[in-house]
Design a protein around this ligand. Structure first.
Ligand SMILES: [Zn+2]
Length: 330
């Protein structure tokens, strides 16, 4: 079921069974009477009559856990009800209940991320000790996302592997999980490694989320400049996942997170590479981006573009084999 937009690996009945069992252990006789209907569980209301009414007058909806009492009119999210039942009556936001749900019924198997020993030799990335610089920087410039916040996201989610990312790439790009928002997180670093913002991609939907008013720089630019020798050719794609998949197949790349803005075009011009390979999506807007980038980069770089295999809309839909053998035209 979904609670507050997060998918839990349990039906309401199971959650209520666990909840009442734990309440009983703690000698709390709330939610004692329950009756299942097709859409709801009817329960004795914990908000009035000391929770001791004779017949259930409240309902909890099976689909999303919304609580509503017909007698006293209280309306709550399930996590708020849980907080209330355990006696956290001041916890109006239901923080305790939310943690309780996560602890007991978290659907996604979130595990501590393995400490990946990056094999930089395969990317010819010199040393990651430079990363220390940006940590120091972060402490001095509050406008950057702190190492502390990034640390909250450093988990592995099975979705990362579904998208064919590897531990090595997850480590290289510091990809993480925002458990509460059910999103994969992508720190966007500047050239020096300062984290400008964290972009999110919802695990269930297809949407990307960026903080409002961010000035997008090229995603992947930090990793490119970490290479001891700047690559002579750089791929430019639209999405961060596409960028990661290109790197995975030994093709240094950066992503626009869109269709290219003035800052990003400046960054492309300034890159010490000879050639830019356009690998935006095969749809209309991807084509428009290619035309625009060709015009802006003309005279600065050699420009080619890739034609994706038939039926593939973007890099993310291509197999590793197809990415290794991308067809390139001038
Ligand atoms: Zn009530």
């Amino acid at each position: 079921m979904r609670i507050n937009g997060l998918e839990f690996n349990a039906e309401l009945g199971e959650i209520l069974a666990e909840l009442t069992a734990q309440l009983r252990i703690n000698n709390i006789p709330l939610l004692a009477k329950q009756k299942e209907t097709s859409t709801h569980y009817q329960v004795t209301c914990p908000y009035h009559s000391n929770g001791m009414e004779r017949r259930p007058s409240a309902g909890i909806r099976k689909s999303d856990g919304k609580f509503h009492c017909f007698a006293c009119g209280e309306v709550h999210e399930l996590n708020e009800v849980i907080s209330h039942c355990f006696g956290y009556v001041d916890d109006v936001l239901g923080k305790f209940g939310w943690d309780w749900l996560l602890k007991n019924f978290m659907t996604i198997s979130v595990e501590e991320r393995k400490d990946v020993q990056l094999d930089f030799s395969r990317y010819d990335v010199s040393d990651k000790t430079n990363k220390g610089d940006h940590r120091l920087d972060n402490n001095h410039h509050s406008e950057f996302v702190t190492e502390e916040e990034l640390d909250k996201y450093r988990f592995i989610h099975p979705y990362m592997y579904q998208r064919k990312l590897t531990d090595e790439i997850i480590g290289l790009f510091d990809i993480g999980v925002d458990i509460e928002q059910n999103c994969i997180t992508f720190p966007n670093l500047d050239k020096k490694g300062n984290c400008l913002f964290v972009a999110r991609r919802s695990i269930n939907g297809k949407n990307f989320y960026y903080p409002r008013d961010v000035k997008k720089q090229l995603y992947g630019i930090y990793q490119l400049y970490q290479l001891p020798v700047f690559p002579s050719e750089v791929f430019v794609c639209e999405s961060m996942i596409d960028c990661c998949l290109l790197w995975k197949n030994k093709k240094p790349a950066c992503a626009l997170n869109g269709l290219g803005n003035e800052i990003q075009i400046r960054q492309l011009i300034d890159m010490p590479c000879r050639k830019i390979i356009l690998a935006t999506d095969m749809d209309k807007s991807g084509q428009d981006a290619r035309v625009k980038l060709r015009k802006k980069l003309q005279g600065y770089k050699i420009i080619t573009e890739v034609i994706l295999p038939f039926g593939r809309k973007d890099i993310g839909e291509c197999s590793d084999e197809e990415i290794k053998n991308l067809y390139e035209v001038f």
